[in-house]
Ligand binder design. Structure first.
Ligand code: KIV
Length: 281
């Protein structure tokens, strides 16, 4: 296999927090995908993906686990390093986020800082952590120390066992109100991005409109968020079981992987993906 960089990258300036805030203000959707290795990271960057997430979904996609719970900080460091190196081989304009894995931030904010340092030194520009109110103090601690944070609410895969499976969150008034309050507190603590996973589209749209300084990135949360994220393998039609309802296979209509990645970016930017009648609750 050739290790040459992809051809014809879309020329653009580096994506930064300020540029994402500007995109949001102009109503331009943020296109995010997961990446776990150098080559796919370079392809996604060339295709114009704004943000790459080294997701702990790598536990399922790359390592064959049944959930993300078994992913270690060392595994996250290894994949973050690989993705960052892939980006440096090309124009490297995408914003790079890495997941803090299960057990690497729950103990204390100091533990979170140590774990985040490992991922930032591997090349991440932002870390993502899952959870509501109990994470607010940690988010403030990290952002005050110069570590950009992406929060993650709704269905949080690291707590799949406590949540009783892959279930839509925020369906009743009480849990919807809690999600909105958590989002407010996380924004106030400094979270610049917020992944909303598997929440009703109407709730995600309302919550997004309420949070001017924290751009929401939806996955199974409908079309009303500031951006979208999918697991790259899912949108390329590569999965071992049945894909979730919120996934679209962009390979089905594309000539190849680069074409599928570009089609995803275009569909997100044009508001064609997700389609609330197909991909949302
Ligand atoms: O780990 C991951 O890939 C994620 C996305 C699904 C948002 O957290």
């Amino acid at each position: 296999m050739s290790s040459s960089p992809p051809t014809t990258p879309t020329p653009r300036k580096a994506v930064t927090l300020a540029r994402m805030a500007d995109m949001r203000a102009r109503g331009e959707k943020i296109a995010m995908l997961t990446a776990y290795d150098a080559t796919f990271a370079a392809l996604a960057d060339a295709a114009g993906v704004d943000c790459l997430l080294v997701g702990d979904s790598l536990g399922m996609v790359c390592q064959g686990h049944g959930s993300t719970v078994g992913v270690s900080l060392e595994a996250m460091r290894y994949h973050t390093d690989s993705v960052a190196r892939g980006l440096r081989r090309v124009q490297g304009s995408a914003w790079l986020i890495a997941d803090l894995p299960f057990g690497s931030y729950q103990e204390s904010r100091e533990q979170a800082l140590r774990s985040a340092t490992v991922l930032m030194q591997a090349g991440a520009q932002m870390v993502k952590l899952e959870g509501g109110g109990w994470t607010v103090d940690t988010v403030r601690f990290l952002t005050e120390r110069g570590i950009p944070v992406c929060a993650h609410l709704g269905f949080t895969p690291q707590t799949v066992h406590a949540l009783g499976g892959y279930r839509v969150q925020g369906r009743d008034d009480g849990s919807a109100a809690r999600l909105r309050e958590d989002a407010r507190a996380l924004e106030e603590a400094g979270a610049a991005l917020l992944v909303l996973e598997m929440v009703p589209a109407a709730l995600a749209r309302a919550l997004s409109a309420e949070r001017p300084r924290c751009a929401t990135i939806g996955i199974g949360a409908g079309s009303g968020t500031a951006g979208q994220v999918l697991v790259m393998h899912d949108m390329l039609g590569i999965h071992l079981g049945r894909p979730p309802k919120f996934v679209q296979d962009f390979m089905a209509q594309a000539q190849g992987i680069e074409g599928a990645l570009r089609a995803y970016v275009q569909a997100v930017k044009a508001g064609r993906f997700p389609d609330d009648t197909l991909h949302a609750w």
